[in-house]
Design a protein around this ligand. Structure first.
Ligand code: GDG
Length: 473
């Protein structure tokens, strides 16, 4: 079956929509995000299906709303119901307080709670049961991300004879770290119930292979550069590296529009005569925002000629605010930005402009275009799409990307970016200064490299890579 014949059957924790009330009426709006933008044309073309949690409770007439929306979109959305208590344990608990921090190397944030694990199993089992109800023989089943690692295991229990694909959007940890999790073997064995596993980087894939070798000794592994194979219980599981990307042309073209140019002009008009350094992140302790504030403070200490001539614009999008660690992080950011601004601000100049809110797309691209530098310093990140979006929106071809070596995007972008270790405040402060004094010629040379890389390896290529690699096996 070729790529265009396949009916995609996508499974993810959340459906790519937001259900809400507008003018006293239930409304379904598409959620933003690269995955949906990239998949939508293919989903429409072959009338695919997307299964996931709609993100709301039983008060909304979900089935009716999804049916109507599906007719309009030409592909089908199907929902899995998750109760509040399940959201608490499966989603906030096991997914976001165990797997998320552990897979980002942040053991100190992990809780290992057996009740959460039980709920994680129960909800994954429910997803599997829904897949079985809806699946057809010509479907290409593609399950996404860390919330749904065990779906294949439950599909095998249901004796569903399906070819199963999985993509992990977050990093995969080193074996030493995963060993700390009481259910480590179930996780690794569960992943091996898929037929084809996709990772963001070779490093993640190698970490997984190391875990297989250590925890599942009866498995045998054959490695190739971008792909490997595991043999287990008479099955072959293909492992590949597929760095996710963005729709380069969509960002480039929208960034070049008058609407975005006006938004960018407005940003600089309000913050005149200085270079702007941009940070955009979901509120998350993996994104290294406090470290970024401290590195910026260090740059101001070390390089007084930056005073009055540079500001950090930090946008933090509210996220997972019901998880205590995320609320604590918000407090840390409030305090740090206040302290640093109190220390350095002078009349007409505030060093850190910190906004805790979500922007619309025009505003976001306005910031991407207006800011001379992007400072993207996650402690660990599966990929980091903001880094790629910033470059694709740099239509004047002269923005500067400072990027953490621990972002998955580092593999592809290190040739054009200034690379930093986010834990190294001195080094990051020096990179901020290097960006401040960089010549126009070097800025353009670096940004050309970055944009060329992202244009060549866009999200369409990511999908094709994944689908074709599966065909090849
Ligand atoms: C996970 C992995 C991996 C941000 N602020 C606003 C806004 N955004 C959009 C960006 C971007 C997305 O959110 C963030 O994507 P990232 O990749 O940077 O990070 P995660 O959300 O953690 O995503 C990550 C990704 O999955 C894909 O595999 O790269 O490593 O952690 O698209 O544009 N969008 C709008 N307003 C904002 O204020 N509209």
């Amino acid at each position: 079956m070729t790529e265009s014949d396949r009916k995609l059957f996508i499974v993810s924790n959340r459906l790519p929509i937001i259900i809400g009330v507008e003018d006293d009426q239930w409304k379904v709006n598409p959620s933003s995000g690269g995955l949906i933008t990239a998949l939508a044309p293919l989903m429409k073309k072959n009338h695919g299906t997307w299964l996931g949690w709609p993100g709301c409770g039983p008060e909304a007439p979900v089935e009716e709303l999804l049916e109507k929306y599906s007719r309009e979109q030409e592909y089908t959305l199907k929902s899995v119901a998750i109760t509040d208590v399940e959201v608490e344990h499966y989603y906030r608990g096991f997914s976001n307080q165990t797997i998320w921090p552990l897979f980002h190397d942040l053991l100190g944030y992990c809780s290992f709670d057996a009740e959460n694990w039980n709920y994680y199993n129960r909800v994954n089992e429910r997803f599997a049961a829904e897949v079985v109800k809806l699946i057809g023989p010509d479907h290409f089943v593609w399950i996404h991300d860390y919330q749904l690692i065990l779906v294949a295991h439950y599909l095998r229990e249901l004796k569903a004879n399906l070819h199963l694909n999985f993509f992990l959007h977050i990093p995969f940890p080193a074996c030493d770290l995963l060993q700390r999790m009481p259910w480590r073997s179930e996780i690794v064995y569960g992943l091996l119930q898929y037929d084809h596993l996709g990772f963001q980087t070779n490093h993640d894939r190698r970490n997984f292979i190391q875990c297989v070798k250590t925890m599942i000794p009866e498995a045998s592994v054959k490695g190739y550069r971008q792909q490997s194979e595991v043999r287990l219980e008479g099955r072959t599981i293909k492992l590949g590296t597929y760095p996710i990307s963005i729709d380069f042309h969509e960002f480039n073209d929208f960034a070049a529009s008058k609407e975005v140019a006006d938004a960018a002009w407005f940003v600089h008009e309000n913050l005149p005569s200085r270079k702007l350094v941009l940070g955009v992140d979901r509120l998350d302790y993996t994104k290294g925002i406090p470290e970024r504030f401290l590195a910026f403070e260090r740059a101001l200490e070390k390089y007084p000629d930056l005073h009055r001539h540079i500001s950090l614009v930090q946008i933090v999008v509210p996220s997972r605010t019901k998880v205590p660690e995320y609320r604590d992080l918000k407090e840390v950011l409030d305090t740090l930005s206040g302290r640093i601004n109190g220390r350095f601000s002078r009349q007409g100049w505030v060093p850190i402009h910190y906004m805790f809110r979500e922007l619309n797309r025009t505003q976001l691209l306005g910031y991407y275009r207006a800011c001379e530098v992007a400072l993207i310093t996650p402690l660990r990140d599966g990929m980091n799409l903001v880094a790629k979006e910033y470059c694709a929106s740099s239509v004047e071809n002269d923005g500067i990307l400072i990027l953490s070596e621990f972002a998955g995007a580092a593999d592809q972008l290190q040739k054009g970016a200034l690379m930093v270790n986010p834990y190294d405040l001195e080094g990051t402060a020096d990179a901020i200064y290097a960006a401040f004094v960089m010549t126009e010629e070097e800025r353009r040379r670096r940004m050309r490299t970055l944009r060329g890389e992202i244009r060549r390896n866009d999200v369409q290529r990511w999908i094709e890579w994944f689908l074709k690699s599966d065909e090849g096996g």
